[in-house]
Structure formats: structure tokens, C-alpha cells
Design a protein around this ligand. Structure first.
Ligand SMILES: [Zn+2]
Length: 499
């Protein structure tokens, strides 16, 4: 398995710290609002990467924090006349609900910043003790120049940053590049006791504290959107490596940006979409399928047309699965004659078995190559097409039937790896009884088998058409339509497909 590491700017072979296990940290949301679809794409991408690691046999510890204390939360609370804790609680629950709606699996551990203040105080204390941080009037700052490797993740040169930072210089800081680890509270703000002041942690220190506490250092994968590379992740590295003296995280994965109709998402321009609103107009499985058709590091362009295309693609998969199930349950299996090779049987069976194997191989090869979900989805669609083709004219022989079942199961399994969980129908299929009743009514069928009943209806329609009895032919068609069946005329005669 190879993955692109932002830190080294190359694709590297993935070698976990502990064989068979993956320690994975992903930056979570700041809970002051509903999440937008750009965030959703990032969380979805890493959910799929986690799922694939698990599918590949790794035991994954997946940690995602909740930033539940922050200026944005405090501002919103002040605007709405509520406490910051109330705002954070509301949007934490909204975030969890929307992740469930999108089919994103819960992390192994979901620490909240406000529950982890002691860990952060410990880390800040040790950074001060080792000369990497200093206190000024109750605030604590990290001394960027005390960490010579600063800039290694984002590839930025510290001197260039220096000139950019001069514009607004906080005179109390030793250096304009230094950033806050602890902020003294202003009146009315939420605060926690500390050796320096009653205050709250800076954003960056949270992730260093929580990832170190739950995963240890070095851990395997640190992930987030590429807007977090600088300064957030750069600062996390500086804090953690300055404190521990060891590598913080071995692989840094960053997801690409999302545009809407080819324009940058911007709240002020009105070009902005919340996940919860998008999920009002599209099924989560279709949104997942759409987003996964673009590699996670590439920019992703959202549009209503693409959403509709993804819905159609999802329906194509579901229809194929219904067709395969239906064919297995309702087609009479025509046995191959003893000691003879039925070439329809052998060619369809072999083609389908070869396609299942190829799809599984292409799926794994794509995903092993930096989690190329686009390639994996393309391989799946080839199997969908092959599955449909293989039952076009019936099922010949038991091995053909088994191959059809295999194709169905492979599609469901691989979609599941991508977190595209399909509704499997569930409950009794009402078709057989109703088909028998329809055949009894129109064709005088006297048996009890759905497959025979449907055959008799198809024959009746053929006969009716041959006799130009269009009313009867239409009655058969309409009766089948009520059972959600459509007649498809093929080279070897008509067959039924589930609508
Ligand atoms: Zn973070």
C-alpha cells in the first residue's frame, strides 16, 4: 500500500509503527455551526481510507477531536445570548448526526477539547520548562524560532513568513511568528484555571495534546483538509516534536478543496452549501459515490448536474443488484445437458467469473495506490455492466447461477468498503404470489411457481401480439408493470427486468 505523504511530497510505502495496527488522527470540527460540504468531503475521504485500512486487515484506532472551545463559538454564543457550552453542545450533536446521515463511521475515540484541558496544561508546562514557550501577562506563546524544523510540512521558509507576519505585530510576543498556546480569558468568557491565568487553550495545542494522549508518538497517520497544512498542522508538529523530541506523525494526508460550480466556496459570495441541506435533496449513498469519483487529494467540483448523475449511477447499481437477485430467484435454471458443453453457459459463466476477479483486483490495486477511489468505483461499474449482461437471456446451469450470486455479493461487499451501504430490500418479496395471481387471471395458469407463472405471462403476450390482440398484450404489460416488472425484448425473446 502506497500513500502520498505531504511531509515528504512523495508516495511512500505504508509501514505502520506497530505491524497490523494503524494509529490515525484526523482534525475534527469547531462546533459553532453546521458543517459545509467541503468539510463533509474531507471527513468522508478519510472515513473511506479508514474503512479500506480495516478491510485490508489493519486494526485502526481512529481519533477525531471536537473543538468545543474557540473564539467562533464564543462569538456565536454572545450574538445569541447563550453560553458557549450551549452552542458547542448543540453543534456537536448536529455534527455527529450529520456524520451518521452521511454514513461516516464513528471514530474509535472522540475526545472533546474541554475534557482534555489537563493534558494541554501538562504539554504547555513542559514546553515552557524546555524553553520552547513563554508567558506574557497570562498568555502563553510558542517560540517558533526555538524549533528549527518549523516549516517542514508546508515547505515554507521561516524568513519569508517573517516578512509576511510583520504587518500586525503583537508587541508582547518575542517574535511575530509566535503563536498562542494559552489565552487569558476576557470577562464573561469561558475559562479554566492554569498556572498563568484563568483562560483557555489555543486551537493548535488541542490536537497535539489529544493525539499524543490517545495514540502516542510517533503515530502513523495524521489527516485533515489541505487548508490545515499551515499554520495548524505545522504548529502541531512544532509543539509535539519540541516537547517529545521524537517524530509526531509519520504520514500526513491532506484532502483537496471543494468548489461549487467551479467557484471557490465562499459564505460572503453566497456560494456556500451545508451538508444537511445537500442531504435534503440527495441520498447520502449518491453523494458518497459522487465524491469518491474524484481522488481525495484533487479538487472536487460540486454541481447539481453531477449530483443528479450520481443518483442515476447509484440507481443503476441498485437496479443491477435487484436484477441479479431476481434472476437467481425467479429464472428457471436451464441445466446444461450431460456430457456436453453449453457454450452460452460456459461463456457467460467464465466471462462473469473473470470480471469479478478483475474487479476485485482493480479495486485493491486502485485503493493500494494512494486510495484511488475513482479507479475503485470504475472497476465496480464494470462488474455492474457485466452482471447485467450475464443474465440477459436467462441462467444456464448451476455454475452460472453461482457466478451471478458471486457477482451480486462482490458488488455489495466492495460498495460496503466505500461505505456505500445499500438498502437490501428486507422483508418478504411480494412478487411471487402476485405473479401467480396475475398469471391465473390473465393466462389461466393453475400452478404455484412464480417463474412458471411469469413464463406463461410472457408467452401469452407473445401469442397476443402474434394475433394482433393488442388489448391483451397491453393488459399483460400493465399487470406486470404493477409488479414493477418491465418486459425487455432480447435477441432470444422477451425477458423480464425489475423496474
Ligand atoms: Zn488539528
Amino acid at each position: 500500500m502506497r500513500l502520498y505523504n505531504t511531509l515528504t511530497r512523495t508516495k511512500e510505502e505504508f509501514v505502520p509503527v506497530t505491524p497490523g495496527k494503524v494509529a490515525f488522527y484526523i482534525c475534527g470540527p469547531t462546533v459553532y455551526n453546521f458543517i459545509h460540504i467541503g468539510n463533509a468531503r474531507s471527513f468522508l475521504s478519510f472515513d473511506v481510507i479508514r474503512r479500506y485500512l480495516e478491510y485490508s486487515g489493519y486494526e485502526v484506532t481512529y481519533v477525531q477531536n471536537i473543538t468545543d472551545v474557540d473564539d467562533k463559538i464564543i462569538n456565536r454564543a454572545n450574538e445569541e445570548g447563550r453560553t458557549a457550552a450551549e452552542v458547542a453542545a448543540e453543534y456537536t450533536q448536529a455534527f455527529i448526526d450529520s456524520m451518521h446521515a452521511l454514513g461516516v463511521a464513528d471514530p474509535t475515540i472522540r475526545p472533546r477539547a474541554t475534557d482534555e484541558i489537563d493534558t494541554m496544561l501538562g504539554l504547555i508546562t513542559s514546553l515552557i520548562a524546555s524553553g520552547h514557550a513563554y508567558e506574557v501577562e497570562g498568555d502563553v506563546y510558542f517560540s517558533v524560532r526555538s524549533f528549527p524544523a518549523y516549516g517542514k510540512l508546508s515547505g515554507r521558509d521561516i524568513e519569508q513568513m517573517q516578512s509576511g507576519a510583520r504587518v500586525e505585530v503583537d508587541q508582547r510576543k518575542h517574535d511575530p511568528l509566535d503563536f498562542a498556546l494559552w489565552k487569558a480569558a476576557k470577562p464573561g468568557e469561558p475559562s479554566w484555571e492554569s498556572p498563568w491565568s484563568a483562560g483557555r487553550p489555543g486551537w493548535h495545542i488541542e490536537c497535539s495534546a489529544m493525539s499524543g494522549k490517545y495514540l502516542g508518538c510517533p503515530f502513523d497517520i495524521h489527516a485533515g483538509g489541505d487548508d490545515l497544512v499551515f499554520p495548524h498542522h505545522e504548529n502541531e508538529i512544532a509543539q509535539s516534536e519540541a516537547a517529545s523530541g521524537v517524530t509526531f506523525a509519520n504520514y500526513w494526508l491532506h484532502g483537496g478543496m471543494l468548489t461549487i460550480d467551479k467557484a471557490k466556496m465562499s459564505k460572503s459570495e453566497g456560494n456556500y452549501l451545508l451538508l444537511k441541506d445537500v442531504l435534503q435533496i440527495v441520498r447520502p449513498q449518491a453523494l458518497r459515490l459522487l465524491m469518491l469519483q474524484t481522488h481525495y487529494r484533487s479538487p472536487f467540483d460540486y454541481s447539481r448536474e453531477r449530483l443528479d448523475e450520481a443518483t442515476a449511477a447509484l440507481e443503476r447499481i441498485e437496479s443491477a443488484l435487484r436484477n441479479l437477485t431476481w434472476a437467481v430467484e425467479n429464472y428457471a435454471v436451464v441445466p446444461a445437458a450431460p456430457n456436453s458443453i453449453d457454450d452460452r453457459n460456459t461463456s457467460w459463466t467464465c466471462d462473469l467469473l473473470a470480471r469479478i476477479e478483475a474487479t476485485r483486483r482493480q479495486f485493491a490495486e486502485s485503493m493500494d495506490d494512494d486510495f484511488n477511489t475513482a479507479g475503485a468505483v470504475a472497476a465496480l461499474f464494470e462488474l455492474v455492466t457485466a452482471g447485467n449482461a450475464s443474465i440477459k437471456d436467462g441462467i444456464y446451469g448451476q455454475s452460472h447461477q453461482l457466478a451471478v450470486i458471486d457477482a451480486h455479493d462482490a458488488i455489495v461487499e466492495l460498495l460496503g468498503v466505500l461505505g456505500v451501504e445499500l438498502e437490501q430490500g428486507g422483508g418478504e418479496d411480494p412478487l411471487p404470489e402476485e405473479a401467480v395471481a396475475l398469471a391465473a387471471e390473465l393466462a389461466g395458469y393453475k400452478g404455484v411457481l412464480a417463474a412458471e407463472a411469469l413464463d406463461s405471462l410472457l408467452r401469452l403476450r407473445q401469442d397476443a401480439r402474434a394475433q394482433k390482440n393488442w388489448a391483451l398484450a397491453d393488459a399483460v404489460r400493465d399487470g406486470l408493470a404493477k409488479l414493477e416488472l418491465a418486459i425487455e425484448d432480447t435477441s432470444s425473446g422477451p425477458r423480464l427486468v425489475r423496474k
